[in-house]
Design a protein around this ligand. Structure first.
Ligand code: 28F
Length: 638
């Protein structure tokens, strides 16, 4: 170590970086892989900040094969003149913790990073850091080692025509539990930044794998929305608007798709606010007001109609909200920077969104009508469901009624760990099932005729349907948002219908019902379809022998080895089996085959569910075949 004399100012300097090495968590949160990548974010944020100030439109991140990271920008280059302290500014920026944040030329600071501080923190936690500033025609270069000790003062490496800053650092393995950089993590971050800053070109190069990707989006967050909605069905082109008021810049891109879920992603100064905050609140309030005012103005909502609720209006919405807030008014709620607290942001985003969205709706009336219409349907369905729910939550008297109505043949004892509920089509099958079952743990609920096609009539009518209400009460776990699988009275719910089209239709209606209002039942693998045999084969001879077949192939196979006078009966319905046969072939856990219902891609199924309810049986059947995987579930294997 050269025998450098340390003035009191440099003592402060060393203490500063020493403090970071002693308690890194105070500055970067942790020293695991999250903290490690935080170093990268700090340096990238400085480049982003420079780009946001209008300098440089390309940033490159290189993951070295020596655990180093290099970040390069084309900004003005880190200042490297004489600092007030007599040191080179470059030295000061990377060795003093609170070097004042970036001074702009009158512009306000907008970077989300601790820039100015970021560089010094990274330096403190690196075994080596090199900074090169291309500025005023010269290449200025400085190297630090072991947590920020200057190896040699700033030197000029030569001439240059370009401007910009390059920082290369190697995280200290004594501080970090891992120094392995994650390509995808860094890629996602720079991609997100590219979306947030129109036209900014972001490159990532991984020397370990020679993988290289570039991101540049001339339409910024509009392309972000398009990528999120890529495999959905948007119902209009992305709506984009931006405006700056006071010290707040607002940018919004939004798009509705024909689904139900809502996805709002918000940022402040390019940093994702995962817990939302005042900017999101302003956006939501303005959207609700804009749609309701529009609805009333164009008579889509009658005077007496109540206001539509935000959550209904946002059904199917994807929105990116990106605000830039001047440091002087920037505040967060709570410890993390995940929730914006700046009150001004609420009213600015509200004002901008209300004005711009109202203009948009005025120029896109059909879209407005579609969204308002959908919200009205959702509102009515929920209102009706609330009413129906009180109705469906049968009072004592009605419950007894159901029991007394002889509909449900309950299991002998309540044991939700083993009990099975058979939903049986028709009374005759119901009768045989009641007689044939093992009443200790098997309950039978005969369903008369076709339960309502719920997809067509929406929630309210479905719940008026006694069959549905009985089923909800029998299962005992309520339905919809209040469904609670822990209250489910049965380990297995087995749909037992005839093997004909009607039976398949009932299966689909029940599956649709469970999918819509008791989805956790399916996800928890409790929904099954019984598999009655298709054929009864009676071999005549010394003694009569009855064999059952479930498929044509099985039947043919049996007939090959059966005497000529064998009788084959094709079952047309469960009702043709007597209680013993039904028990032996379809209900006895020892001998039956059950099909466990799993819906492979829930969201895909969500999209396709209307296919089920369409009247095109063929489409319905091939939906069943392609979406609902009927896995033959042997009892042991489940
Ligand atoms: C690879 C990481 O760090 N880029 C940076 C600049 C530009 C300026 C600056 C940075 C002065 C004392 C605050 C230049 N000219 N990339 C980077 N580019 N910092 S960091 O100024 C630092 C201020 O601390 C810069 C005129 N104004 C600002």
């Amino acid at each position: 170590m050269e025998n450098k004399t340390y003035g009191d100012s440099s003592i402060t300097i060393l203490e500063g970086l020493e403090a970071v090495r002693k308690r890194p968590g105070m500055y970067i949160g942790s020293t695991d892989d999250r903290g490690l990548h935080h170093l990268v974010w700090e340096i990238i944020d400085n480049s982003i900040d420079e780009a946001l100030s209008g300098y440089g439109d390309e940033i490159t991140v290189i993951i070295g094969n020596d655990t180093s990271i290099t970040v390069m920008d084309a900004g003005r280059g880190v200042p490297c003149g004489k600092h007030a302290s007599g040191k080179n500014t470059m030295e000061v920026i990377y060795t003093i913790l609170h070097a004042g944040g970036k001074f702009g030329d009158g512009g306000y600071k907008t970077s989300g990073g601790l820039h100015g501080v970021g560089g010094a923190v990274v330096n403190a936690l690196s075994t080596r850091m090199e900074v090169t500033s291309y500025r005023e025609g010269k290449i200025h270069h400085i190297v630090f080692e072991n947590g920020g000790k200057i190896i040699h003062p700033v030197e000029i490496l030569g001439d240059t025509k370009k401007t910009g800053t390059t920082v290369k650092f190697m995280p200290d393995p004594q501080i970090f539990s891992t120094t392995l950089f994650d390509y995808d993590k860094i890629k996602e971050r720079i991609k997100e930044n590219a979306y947030l800053i129109k036209n900014l070109k972001m490159n990532i190069i991984d020397k370990r794998t020679n993988k290289k990707e570039t991101f540049q989006f001339e339409r910024g967050i509009s392309e972000y929305v398009e990528s999120i909605d890529a495999n959905k069905h948007p119902i209009h082109k992305v709506c984009f608007f931006e405006q700056a008021i006071d010290k707040i810049e607002v940018e919004v891109a939004m798009q509705f798709v024909d689904m139900y879920d809502e996805k709002i992603i918000s940022f402040v100064n390019n940093v994702h606010t995962r817990d939302g905050g005042t900017h999101e609140q302003g956006f939501k309030m303005a959207l609700t007001r804009a749609f309701n005012d529009f609805g009333r103005k164009f008579n889509l909502l009658k005077e007496k109609d109540p206001n539509l609720e935000g959550s209904d209006l946002r059904s199917g919405l994807t929105a990116i909200i990106s605000v830039r807030v001047d440091e002087s008014v920037l505040e967060f709620e709570g410890q993390t920077k995940g929730k914006l607290g700046t009150p001004l942001a609420r009213q600015v985003v509200d004002q901008v969104t209300y004005d711009k969205l109202t203009d948009y709706l005025t120029n896109n009336k059909d879209l407005a009508e579609k969204i308002i219409g959908k919200a009205i349907v959702e509102y009515n369905a929920r209102a009706a469901a609330r009413k129906a729910r009180t109705q469906a939550r049968l009072d004592k008297k009605q419950k007894n009624e159901i029991n007394l109505s002889g509909k449900l043949s309950p299991a002998g004892e309540r044991n939700r760990e083993i009990n099975e509920l058979f939903l049986v089509e028709g009374d005759s099958a119901g009768g045989s099932a009641k007689k044939g079952r093992d009443r200790r743990f098997q309950a039978i609920l005969p369903l008369r005729g076709k339960i309502l096609n719920i997809e067509k009539t929406g929630e309210d009518n479905a719940l008026k349907n006694q069959e549905i209400a009985t089923m909800i009460y029998t299962i005992g776990a309520d339905y919809g948002d209040s469904f609670d699988i822990k209250k489910c009275n049965y380990k297995k719910i087995i749909i037992m219908t005839d093997a004909d089209d009607d039976g398949a239709h009932i299966q689909v209606l029940l599956l649709t019902f469970f999918f819509r209002y008791m989805r956790p039942l399916i996800e928890d693998g409790r929904v099954y379809v019984a598999l009655p045999p298709l054929f009864k084969i009676v071999k005549r001879g010394k003694k009569e022998e009855t064999i059952y077949a479930w498929t044509n192939e099985e039947k043919e196979e049996i007939l090959k080895h059966a005497p000529a006078n064998t009788i084959v009966q094709r079952y047309k319905g469960l009702g043709e089996m007597n209680a013993d046969q039904l028990w032996d072939t379809t209900m006895n856990p020892e001998t039956r085959n059950l099909i466990r219902v799993t819906i492979d891609d829930l969201s895909d199924a969500e999209k396709q569910i209307d296919t089920l309810m369409g009247d095109d049986a063929a489409r319905r059947r091939n939906w069943l075949e392609s979406n609902v995987s009927f896995t033959l579930e042997d009892e042991e294997g489940e």
